[in-house]
Design a protein around this ligand. Sequence first.
Ligand code: ZN
Length: 73
Amino acid sequence: MVVQGVNIRKKHQRSYTVGGQTVPGRIIEFEAPIHISNVMLVCPQCNRPVRVGIRREEGRRIRICKRCGNEIG
Ligand SMILES: [Zn+2]
């Protein structure tokens, strides 16, 4: 998945020649996919970014704060 604005990468492309025409070098900006596990959630109880764990309950996946055990959205 891609989280917007989180993982902007810049790629420098050098100029190259194709068919006698020179294509100037440029900087390409793109959003790289970031794994959901790398996204820090702010726990409302701890009021700081925390790691989240998954608890399964009745087939549902519940995200919990690994710090205080609070359920997060
Ligand atoms: Zn917490």
